[in-house]
Design a protein around this ligand. Structure first.
Ligand SMILES: *Cc1c(COP(=O)(O)O)cnc(C)c1O
Length: 217
């Protein structure tokens, strides 16, 4: 199926409260343009340089979401335009985003990433670290960032029960953080292989790449 058809059939499946981030990492501008023509306005990238190149050359009403691991020294390159940073996994990074937000006279939307998978390689806070960050933010608010919610990635497995369990854990933490901070509305969970489970477990934002654009090399 073509990009446009894939997008349309995927959108038809989504409940109204779920937003779709089209994950376009590694894909050429031409592919993003097809999705744009089909009405897609939110794109997710995992490399700041690549995202910035695309931002410079594609229509300005696109909302760019950073979904990858962020190096502190690269925040400055996306601070002028990024719409949402999904992968905030340390307090130091939050402070840098706040600093760059101030320089650009913006409030930058962020999600805190939680580690819910079994793989050691996936980034994110555990529950205790999440509580610590939230406490830090209450004592010492950072005026140029806004915590919009949580993001997480489930284990890469065929075991649906495992995936469901991990998404439930994330949702519980999301319910908790909503009681702690104002303006928390987004739960970013679900990818091509597991978005149906994620939506059943309360996702408000899915990040789908290969199902729309085809496999990456
Ligand atoms: C690549 C990526 C996705 C999309 O993965 P697909 O399986 O292609 O849908 C989603 N989230 C993150 C964090 C990613 O890095």
């Amino acid at each position: 199926m073509k990009i446009k058809e894939q997008l349309q059939s995927l959108r038809a499946e989504l409940p109204r409260q779920v937003r779709l981030v089209a994950v376009s990492k590694t894909k050429p501008n031409a592919d993003l343009e097809r999705a744009y023509e089909a009405g897609q306005r939110i794109f997710g990238e995992n490399k700041i340089q690549e995202m910035t190149r695309k931002w410079e050359t594609l229509p300005k009403d696109i909302q760019w979401h950073m979904i990858g691991h962020v190096q502190t020294n690269k925040v400055k390159y996306m601070a002028p335009y990024v719409s949402l940073i999904h992968g905030v996994d340390r307090y130091k990074l939050l402070k840098e985003i706040n600093k760059q937000g101030a320089k650009n006279n913006r409030i930058i939307n962020c999600l805190l990433q939680m580690h819910i998978a079994q793989e050691e390689t996936k980034f994110g806070f555990n529950q205790r670290e999440l509580e610590e960050v939230v406490n830090n933010l209450k004592i010492n608010p950072l005026p140029n960032i806004k915590i919009k919610g949580l993001m997480g990635m489930a284990t890469f497995t065929e075991n649906k029960n495992q995936i469901r369990k991990e998404f439930k854990t994330l949702k519980q933490n999301f319910d908790w953080i909503q009681t702690q901070l104002t303006e928390v509305t987004e739960l970013s969970m679900g990818m091509s292989g597991d978005y149906s489970i994620a939506i059943k477990e309360g996702s408000t934002m899915i990040r789908v790449g290969s199902k729309i654009f085809g496999h990456r090399n």
